[in-house]
Design a protein around this ligand. Structure first.
Ligand SMILES: NC(=O)c1ccc[n+]([C@@H]2O[C@H](COP(=O)([O-])OP(=O)(O)OC[C@H]3O[C@@H](n4cnc5c(N)ncnc54)[C@H](O)[C@@H]3O)[C@@H](O)[C@H]2O)c1
Ligand SMILES: [Zn+2]
Length: 371
């Protein structure tokens, strides 16, 4: 269908966006990945797509060795990583060249990529993302990690895959909640970089929610291009270019943490709220028009994302915020929208401003009400 390249010199790689797995064998053959594939996935994804992925991998000349991990964030643990390393080393042997295949959402992708980055100081890996979030975000860019008991993604590295193969047909089986969670990231791309995408999301909501192929192809392709472009320019987030991808994630992560990862808010739902918090702060600081703020809130709400913070104490969110690794040395730093399609990084936002907007979003006060 179409392809985008993440340009990183001799570590450059393609992101293929397809409607099926038909092109996978040919793509893999050209990469010379090795002799044995360790296919890392979870039981649910295995039962949905395991068989056809195994066929495609075999067609490319690889011997396939499936290894299953639990289905949840719990899989991104030290224990699972160690168990996987053991499994890989037992599959490995004389004359073999191992590669890792990550088949799943962000959880499987982050874990499998991390393990591939450390086994024998790094073996090739490929991403076959199966959730909307993984297809537009986590499978691209090489951030791989596991969680520690003290926090999410605390152990990891930058390790790029050799290819990302996106089969959009996988999205049909996704639960409504996981689909909407992925939509939050897509809305994010529209706000940070692409007004046309944002308008497309507003004009084609029912086709997108029905998961029509044409609509999925359009939005996934746009997001993949944006992420690939950003990663190509700032792989390790050193020039603040990649930082804009954190839009909505500072307050969003704090909301996620404060809800105790209880599942009350999914990642996307929390990020949706985080984007609204940032947009309201920007409006309050006179940087974002009321009309654009309304559009952001309205678009998030129209996709079924929450637009109010429920059941979480603002003080708890503020405490979580203080631990955020993006809040450098206690200095508040946020990505703020200034118009649809453009954001800025703003430092030294008074904590009081953040607290106030969080509080307002937890009650029913709209910015217009209290002017
Ligand atoms: N590396 C990065 O740059 C990056 C970026 C964003 C998020 N992440 C990480 O991604 C993780 C979240 O990823 P996620 O939202 O994909 O969650 P997930 O991997 O837990 O998947 C969500 C659920 O969907 C199921 N599933 C997967 N594909 C399916 C399909 N096609 N049909 C039906 N069910 C399917 C999974 O089994 C799981 O139950 C977090 O750990 C987060 O830290 C990483
Ligand atoms: Zn995210």
């Amino acid at each position: 269908m179409n392809a985008t390249t993440v340009r990183l010199g001799d570590r450059s790689y393609k992101i293929r966006i397809e409607k099926s797995l038909k092109m996978l064998p040919r793509q893999l053959k050209s990469l010379n990945l090795g002799t044995d594939a360790v296919l890392i996935t979870n039981p649910k994804i295995n039962s949905l797509f395991g068989k056809k992925v195994k066929y495609a991998l075999r067609d490319s000349g690889l011997k396939v060795n499936p290894v299953l991990v639990p289905d949840s964030e719990r899989a991104k643990s030290v224990k699972e990583a160690v168990r996987l390393l053991g499994a890989i080393s037992r599959i490995d042997g004389k004359g073999k060249r191992i590669c890792v295949v990550a088949l799943g959402g962000g959880v499987v992708g982050d874990l499998a990529g991390f393990v591939a980055s450390i086994y024998k100081r790094g073996v090739p890996y490929i991403q076959i993302p199966t959730t909307l979030l993984a297809q537009v975000d986590s499978s691209i860019g090489g951030k791989v990690a596991i969680d520690l008991t003290t926090g999410k993604n605390l152990t990891g590295s930058f390790y790029q895959p050799r290819i990302v193969y996106i089969d959009i047909s996988f999205i049909r089986d996704l639960s409504r909640r996981d689909f909407i969670s992925g939509m939050a990231e897509i809305i994010k791309y529209g706000i940070i970089k692409d007004k046309r995408l944002f308008n497309y999301l507003r004009d084609n909501r029912s086709a997108i929610l029905r998961r029509e192929t044409k609509a999925l192809l359009e939005i996934i392709t746009r997001c993949v291009k944006i992420k690939a472009g950003i990663v190509s320019k700032d792989e390790r987030e050193r020039k603040s270019i990649r930082t804009i991808l954190n839009f909505g994630h500072t307050a969003g992560h704090a909301i996620e943490t404060a809800s105790g990862y209880s599942g009350y808010y999914s990642h996307g739902e929390a990020i949706g709220l985080g984007m609204i918090v940032a947009a309201r702060i920007s409006n309050r600081l006179g940087r974002l028009s009321a009309a654009d703020l309304l559009k952001i809130e309205d678009t998030a709400g129209s996709y079924g994302l929450p637009t109010r913070i429920k059941r979480i104490d603002t003080r708890k969110i503020m405490r979580s915020l203080a631990y955020d690794k993006k809040f450098i040395h206690g200095v508040t730093r946020l990505v703020l929208p200034v118009r649809i399609g453009k954001v800025v990084i703003k430092e030294r936002i008074p904590e009081e401003v953040i607290r106030r907007e969080l509080k307002r979003l937890s009650s029913k006060i709209t910015p217009a009400d209290d002017r």
